[in-house]
Design a protein around this ligand. Structure first.
Ligand SMILES: [Zn+2]
Length: 197
């Protein structure tokens, strides 16, 4: 079978590695830049615009874009989205919450292995206004982003599960994996928070 570069029409040499996707380093770079642009486009502007981005290790330790320890309370260890998204440090990206009104609801283990919401989480998801929701790095949790008034993080029992709510002093991983048809916008989550807290 004729295998071609995924970026240009050049056929891959017959002896190319089985998993090779590009004819050259240049094509691989062009494709990776296009993927980054598409990923950034799916994120709400309100997240991209906040210059509070960090990287994180595979065990979720926050890191600067140069690989030093970062802190969710030390602004000198944060970066712009552009810098953090192009850094290869650690395992992924995160955004720091600093009490400016941006909040995140963390629904751990709320997805089944095939990506459906578990029944305990469904009433909460049904109640949400149109806001940006991402699948967490583990693939079985959801991060719901929006606006609200939350000075302190809380861990709340919700049906058969738990929901953690955060608004300050904490970073949240960002995976660029929108859940279902989550819109690229943030909504006011005050009503949902009022019911949860
Ligand atoms: Zn190519």
């Amino acid at each position: 079978m004729d295998r071609r570069c995924e970026q240009c029409p050049t056929p891959l040499p017959t002896m190319a590695r089985r998993h090779a996707r590009y004819c050259s380093a240049r094509c691989r770079q062009v494709a990776s830049r296009a993927r980054r642009r598409a990923a950034a486009a799916a994120l709400p502007r309100a997240l991209v615009e906040r210059d509070r981005w960090v990287r994180h290790s595979p065990t979720k330790v926050p890191l600067t874009t140069t690989g030093r320890p970062a802190s969710s309370t030390d602004a000198t260890t944060w970066s712009t989205y552009a810098t953090a998204a192009t850094s290869r440090v650690g395992a992924g990206l995160g955004l720091v919450l600093d009490g400016d009104g941006l909040v995140c609801l963390d629904l751990d283990h709320c997805l089944t292995p095939d990506g459906h919401a578990r029944s305990w989480a469904q009433p909460l998801l049904d109640q949400l206004p149109a806001t940006y929701i991402e699948v967490s790095p583990s693939g079985d949790g959801l991060h719901v982003w929006g606006y609200g008034d939350l000075a302190h993080g809380r861990r709340l029992v919700y049906g058969a599960g738990t929901v953690e709510v955060y608004g300050a002093g904490r970073y949240i991983t960002v995976t660029h994996r929108p859940w279902h048809r989550a819109p690229s916008q943030l909504a006011d989550l005050s009503a949902v928070l009022a019911e949860l807290l």
